[in-house]
Design a protein around this ligand. Structure first.
Ligand code: FES
Length: 99
């Protein structure tokens, strides 16, 4: 797929997975009854009181590293115990397998 991003106000394409592809995958999985985020609690980062939905939306919007999620949401910027859950959420959204 050609990854030309002429309109800079449009969400950035990163690593071949843009927000449209992520949401389309969610739609297909929901249609098949197979969509389930790997973290179900409403709050993902307890130190910074960051809801899971906020982290998920950051990932959908183009934050595809722990550092970029932390920069945008502040999740994972204190004790760091939420980072593995952020990684699982990111891997699921980006359709990757964790090593
Ligand atoms: S739980 Fe997220 S930084 Fe501590």
């Amino acid at each position: 797929m050609d990854q030309v991003n002429r309109d800079k106000s449009w969400p950035t394409v990163w690593n071949g997975v843009d927000h449209a592809a992520i949401l389309l995958r969610e739609l297909v999985l929901r249609g098949a009854g197979r969509f389930q985020l790997p973290y179900q609690e409403p709050e993902l980062c307890h130190c910074r009181a960051v809801p899971t939905e906020v982290v998920d939306r950051a990932i959908i919007s183009g934050c595809h590293s722990i550092e970029s999620v932390a920069r945008i949401t502040s999740a994972g910027t204190s004790c760091g115990t939420c980072k593995p859950d952020t990684e699982k959420l990111m891997a699921y959204r980006l359709n990757e397998r964790l090593a």
